[in-house]
Design a protein around this ligand. Sequence first.
Ligand code: WT7
Length: 653
Amino acid sequence: MVPSDEKDNTPESLKALPTDERISPINRLQDTWKHSIERPEEFWEREARQLHWFRSWDTVLDWEDHHATWFKGGTLNASYNCLDRHLDTPVRNKVAFFWEGEPGDKRVYTYQQLYKEVNKFANILKLRGIQKGDAVALYMPMIPELPIAMLACSRIGAPFTQVYSGFSRESLAERMRHLEAKVLVTSDGLWRRGKIVDLKGIADSAVGSCPSIQSVIVVKRTGHDVDMEAGRDLWYHEELASVDSGHVEPAQMKSENILYVLYTSGTTAKPKGVQVSTGGYLTFVTSTLKWSFDVDERDVWWCAADIGWVTGHSYIVFGPLIHGLSSVMYEGAPEYPDPGRVWRMIEDYSVTKFYTSPTLIRHLMKFGDDFPNQYDLSSLSILGTVGEPINPDVWRWYYRVIGKERCPVSDTYWQTETGGFMIAPAPGIELQPLKPGSACHPLPGIDPLIVDEDGQPVEDGVKGYLTIRKPWPGMLMTLYKDDARYQEYYWDRYPGAGQDLFYTGDYAVRDRDGYYWLLGRSDDVLKVTGHRLGTIELEDCLVSHPAVVEAAVVGKKDEIKGEVPVCFVVLKVGHERSQELIDELKQHIRNTIGPIASPSDIYFVPNMPKTRSGKIMRRVIKSLTDGESVGDLTTLEDPDAVNEIIKVVYPKK
Ligand code: WT7
């Protein structure tokens, strides 16, 4: 109990809980965490039992050469766990997805209906020759056929990759080639801010350079005219009409078989194919969703992410379906047709738990409190964020205006590579006092360590590199077809550390109360509106333009987007600086990577600041664009390059 002579400093969010829940005789979270770290195998084995296994495992963890095999000997199927296992329970007739298209059209799928659709889609894939182990690429908008396609692939044991629908033709082609996908599933188009995006047109131009693609299955969404190549392209609705709609036996997958490969940006020009296992990953998303959002059958869950990113894989598709939750899914732009759209949908579907990015909150916050205040948000009980650090003032706005000071905010820290939440509040175990802007404590089974350059632990209160000490079931298996890069980036960073440390690429600090604060990327990766972009990807793209000889890209702080790319470009002799060239380079980036990579500024400079050994000093450029002191410049080859940058970035100074 709180001693009567002491001020009750319990945060408001905790006061909302019944007294017996907030004052526990033991510290449940710390105890669970301690147990999980001392006896990880016992702990994870218990978690894995939440899934349905065709065959149980022989060993919980095999850990060799930085490769974790979880639940070896066990077999299971992802779509069986998401669908079939619910069919004998009341979940059968419960809504799996309340879906809304941007124009306002609606669809509802119960678990039973979703099961039927997935089986039909699996039959279509089988007819197109897809067998266990064959790869499928998805280039799909946020329509119900996307989770249906993912589940259909997993049903027949076909690893899939979903390519975010905002990515360009080049990005799509590169991923399909790398995965050697046999089938591409796409749609004619999608709706974005009232306009049609011609997805099929982009897909067509990508497929030309992907000889492995044999069929393209096209879902009709927007109904605009598209070219259909005879013998290769098929309308999904036409296939549906003719296909056998019967039950497809779920493939018995080994726990360590690939469920999906998701490409994400890294520190080279080539994206990394994060290879995800079936048993370990599903165990991890199932447990973490329960811990961090305390989900149960009464919930209406809304993870407002795009399934093109890992957030949607883990917490729109697999986690919520395994838990038998009803989810809201939305196709379009959050402020369409007005900035009340999201809040209206929370009221309409009585959403209980809402999970989104700080960027979205910052974006909607700028329209003021009147929009959310028009809607009844009283169904909400827990809020969440992901993708980038959340500024304390934005956290407070979310807590106050959206959560009405009743709902704890789960700031969840994780990555594509981790598969699920790593550091986050855990109201599903015990809600501890929250600190706005901190992701709080590691979840059970997660053993973080903040280290210095040499891999030695730093003291509390000191900023360092965030690493993880033990494997956890959601951890990537490797980088697809590139184990050397996997070893090098994630594991070889601290040879003198004396222990295995998984490198996250993030800065962090642990405060004296044991709370973790994430402080942004420590490598050449940007977070633009929560999306991940490699500066080198952008630089590579810029130098592929005939006018450009050299490029450097850094992230500049942005009030809404978190960070935006700023490009510095050295032109080839014979090319002149001009607004047209700036526009052309921006367009070149949009075409090569996608609109999310659009830079805020492109500056022309005569030279780059370089070290004597010829390395571009991005640190110096970044400090200049952030308006910070540049520090020691004695190692620069040509200190004048710095003045040139100051001149272009701050023309009046
Ligand atoms: C990077 C991973 C995780 C799903 C979506 C993004 C940053 C993520 C937080 C957070 C501060 C965060 C990190 C991380 N990040 N969550 N709660 N607080 N930073 O996945 O694209 O793989 O990006 O996002 O920098 O490394 P991703």
